[in-house]
Write a protein that binds this ligand. Sequence first.
Ligand SMILES: [Zn+2]
Length: 167
Amino acid sequence: MVGEALAVAEAGLAAGEQPIGAVVALGDDIIGRAYTQEKALGRRLVHADLLAMIEADEKVGFGRRPHPLRLAVTLEPCVMCLGAAMALGVREVYYALESPSDGGAEIAAGWRQSPDAPWFAAPVMVGGVRREESRELFRRYCAAAPDSPMRRWAATLIADPNPSVPG
Ligand SMILES: [Zn+2]
């Protein structure tokens, strides 16, 4: 699944966006697919994972689901997208590259589920899947994009915090 998300991120990069791609799967079916579209749409609430989840939400509605929803994204979901995943009922999240400044993995790990709303549960978060491929997309983005706050943020993702650990 992360491979599909990487292909979407590649398309986003080719379109001049940040290289962040996401897919949502129900069983074997991909029912949501998007890259971040801040540049194309000129808005902020257009993260890849959020757009892919909105598409999936429109497809499944409130009907019973034969399988749990899974999200794959090339960058750790931010806290907004983690919240959207919980509201949608995503049970598993696979992501490539960690996003220490805005990522939601720590919040997910510490989430205390309420018995009054058992559906609002933190997904299982699996990070580091094909991390180097995602990092390479950000390297290419930073090499091509003009200076901006978003480019400076993206540059922080390129630095390897654990260079001695094989990735
Ligand atoms: Zn997000």
